[in-house]
Ligand binder design. Structure first.
Ligand code: ADP
Length: 425
């Protein structure tokens, strides 16, 4: 129970911290990508503006022109302006191409001013991603033309890819460390809960133990009183009442003691190798009398092969008795109760199937809780205290097994005990 809570705490801690970490890594990546794009855009704009300053009116050609003669392109590297530029294009005010360097452009300007990220189909550009700026150049008389300049995004993409790889490696490592920290922290957090739970268990065990002696004294005295007052009808009902109450209190105290004592795993010496076929066959007869009294058909089915498990015989008997007693209690006259031993690889499966009143679906998750009763009326009728299934589940879990239930209201219930064939470690 504590280990499961600790695992849950560690899991939730890792999940929440992990989500924050992944979100944080995503934000860092986005900020870095935005910074790089902005830096590239600024550089591109600066270079384009310097080129725009060389725009002049070419009298011979009777049109505006830009002086690009000294702007070598990508690869030549000799001109600081042209470093990393893929092409430079000059369009006149009407958007018609006047001059260009680099990849051959369209004759007419087909993009609006501003930045674009493009991947031109031109095979000369090897399908590279480019960042392109189209800058309108203004003169005294209005727009003189448009300068279009592009630079490759390869460098920026490479840098971002490196950051992505670094984050992809760092995030799982950080997640692992967070998981470890979560496990250690949840261990520390569980410590006081574990201690107070142990104190509570010890108190329950001690209190139940101490209550047993006065209870048996009350029972014995009441029984003696009953014998002595056998001919006095005035005392008989009260004394019978005391006997019944003392008996039911005795069984409640025994159950509480059982729950308090067998919390967690069992001591290795309490495990015995049991042949379940025979073990179950010995339990059935005591319920046959009860079943016959209620006109319920009780059957026991077992396979031909012997199924052996390591178990504490007294505790396992308690489980089967609780389940069979419930099955008989909650099955009405004419119904049937079946005890089945089913072979299964690695496990022994014991089923208690009844055709009784069934359990409402809403109650199924709670019926293994201590003192939980589906409806008080029907349990009180049958003298139940709501501890039988809690005890059965605790014992089965102490054997490293599982206890499941399936039930349909009005049709019946199936309780299934699964025990490992191997000695629990
Ligand atoms: P109780 O002592 O009240 O029977 P249990 O812990 O054994 O307590 O069972 C818890 C509740 O589950 C019971 O109050 C009963 O309503 C329901 N229950 C248990 N077994 C069956 C069954 N075979 N059929 C129908 N209801 C059942």
């Amino acid at each position: 129970m504590f280990n499961q809570s600790r695992r849950n705490l560690a899991r939730w801690f890792t999940l929440s911290m992990g989500s924050i970490l992944v979100l944080f890594a995503g934000v860092i990546y986005q900020i870095e990508a935005k910074d790089k794009r902005e830096a590239l855009d600024r550089l591109l704009l600066d270079k384009t503006r310097i080129m725009a300053a060389s725009v002049h009116y070419d009298v011979r050609q009777n049109q505006t022109a830009v002086d690009l003669t000294n702007v070598p392109l990508l690869g030549s590297g000799s001109h600081p302006l042209a470093e990393d530029l893929i092409y430079v294009r000059w369009y006149n005010a009407q958007g018609r191409l006047v001059r260009f360097f680099g990849a051959a452009p369209a004759n007419q300007l087909n993009t609006s001013p501003g930045y674009q990220t493009i991947q031109p189909a031109d095979p000369l550009l090897q399908h590279r991603w480019l960042r392109q700026i189209t800058l309108p150049v203004e003169g005294r008389t209005g727009t003189l033309g448009y300068l279009q300049v592009a630079t490759p995004l390869t460098e920026t993409h490479n840098q971002l890819q490196e950051l992505q790889i670094a984050l992809t490696l760092a995030v799982p490592i950080a997640l692992g460390l967070i998981g470890l920290a979560g496990w250690l922290l949840s261990g520390i957090a569980m410590q006081p809960i574990r201690q107070s739970y142990q104190q509570l268990q010890r108190f329950t065990a001690d209190a139940s133990h101490e209550l047993r002696s006065p209870l048996s004294a009350i029972l014995t005295n009441a029984q003696v009183g009953l014998m002595l007052a056998s001919d006095d009808s005035r005392f008989q009902p009260s004394l019978e009442n005391i006997v019944d109450s003392a008996k039911s209190m005795g069984s409640l105290v025994n159950n509480l003691l059982l729950l308090a004592r067998h919390q967690g795993k069992l001591a290795p010496e309490s495990f015995k190798l049991l042949t379940l076929n025979q073990f179950l066959a010995e339990i059935v007869p005591q319920f046959r009398v009860l079943a016959e009294a209620q006109d319920i058909q009780l059957e026991y089915e077992q396979p031909e092969q012997a199924i052996k498990v390591w178990a504490d015989p007294d505790l396992l008997r308690q489980v089967i008795e609780n389940l069979l007693s419930n099955a008989c209690k909650y099955t009405s006259t004419g119904g049937s109760v079946r005890l089945r031993l089913v072979p299964h690889p690695g496990w022994a499966v014991i089923q208690v199937i009844d055709t009784g009143i069934g359990i409402p679906e809403v109650d199924l998750p709670y019926i293994f809780d201590r003192f939980y009763r589906v409806d008080t009326a029907r349990s009180l009728d049958s003298g139940g205290s709501g501890l039988g299934l809690a005890i059965a589940q605790q014992i089965v879990q102490a054997h490293s097994g599982h206890l499941h239930v399936k039930s349909v209201i009005g049709q019946g219930s199936t309780f299934q005990v699964e025990l490992p064939l191997k000695l629990p470690s």
